[in-house]
Design a protein around this ligand. Structure first.
Ligand code: ATP
Length: 300
């Protein structure tokens, strides 16, 4: 009998798995899986479960938001032989599910797990310590993701992010950095940086290119310099939301490896969760590291 480890966060999103759990388990059982079910109890629990129980199964499926997906992948990356991964989105934003075109309907996503095809995706390695699936970021807005309390998210869902985002607009911080990326070196004051492998960030599709491949071994990098005048601000907004050409305040790069050296430690966010306060950051792309099940009809 095929073995599946099913890890789920009971509190993700609006605890929406509550009413779907029986049906999801039934779909798995009917497809011939013997199930190990792990209900996460708090931070890093999904990582531990994937790293310890993941060894002995054919398939690991996780259900939760981007944070649970990130934790599960971090556990899988500790294994010598990485099992195939299935994902049932249940969080408030589900950026990566959007990129993979995995349904937000949990039952449809469970059906994709049992009938889907493995699709290899790149994984980001952060400071040779942690991994991320679709985004590593610092600066303006990024703290929104992890400072928004779980209870607040559960009640308001996606709106909670907007409300916290509005608050952080009034306190944008500037960071003095040196960035090394292939042959490019950038120095100066920056307010924001993101290294991504996704077509959706924070639920917005407009912030990143829509034609990115999730397994080409490269990240898309966006760095924004500190605006000094209202016109600078306008230039940045025009670029980000109206799709004008990059200007001197906006740097867009593609790379498999990037190093960032700030003068002061910077707080990082990995897949929407706190990634630590760091002085030196090296990020590189691990090409096609994990295979994730998705609908065979969906083209990237
Ligand atoms: N039983 C639990 N109670 C509270 N927190 C938990 C529990 N299990 C896991 N967690 C933590 O909750 C974090 C956030 O969960 P997750 O990303 O799944 O949901 P979300 O925040 O609602 O979704 P999104 O990240 O898409 O907004 C996880 O990274 C994990 O550390």
């Amino acid at each position: 009998m095929k073995k599946m480890l099913f890890i789920f966060n009971p509190r993700s999103g609006k605890a929406q798995i509550k009413n779907k759990l029986m049906e999801i388990l039934d779909i798995f059982a009917k497809s011939g899986y013997e199930l190990i079910v792990h209900v996460t109890q708090g931070p890093r629990d999904a990582t531990q479960a994937a790293a310890t129980l993941g060894k002995s199964v054919d398939l690991v499926v996780c259900s939760g938001g981007d944070g649970t997906l990130n934790e599960t992948i971090n556990g899988l990356m500790e294994l010598e032989k990485i099992p195939i991964l299935g994902y049932i989105p249940a969080g408030s934003t589900n950026d990566f599910a959007t990129s993979l075109k995995i349904s937000r309907n949990m039952i449809t996503a469970a059906q994709t797990v049992v009938s889907g095809v493995p699709y290899p995706i790149d994984i980001g390695c952060f400071c040779r310590e942690r991994h991320f699936v679709y985004i590593a970021a610092f600066g303006a807005f990024t703290e929104v993701a992890y400072l928004t309390s779980q209870d607040f998210k559960n009640v308001l869902g996606h709106q909670a992010y907007f409300m916290e985002g509005m608050k952080s607009l009034t306190s944008i911080k500037s960071y003095v950095l040196r960035v090394e990326c292939d042959s490019v070196v950038l120095e100066g004051d920056f307010i924001f940086g993101m290294i991504t492998n996704t077509i959706s960030v924070g639920g917005f599709k407009g912030l990143v290119a829509q034609d990115v491949a999730l397994n080409d071994g490269e990240f898309e990098v966006l760095l924004i310099r500190t605006p000094k005048t209202p016109l600078d601000f306008t230039n940045i907004i025009n670029y980000m939301f109206l799709k004008e050409e990059p200007n001197e305040y906006v740097h867009k790069l593609r790379t498999s490896c990037i190093k960032i050296f700030p003068e002061e430690p910077i707080d990082w966010v990995l897949d929407g969760e706190f990634g630590g306060s760091r002085r030196e950051v090296e990020i590189f792309n691990l090409k096609k590291q994990i295979k994730i099940l998705r609908n065979p009809q969906k083209k990237q």
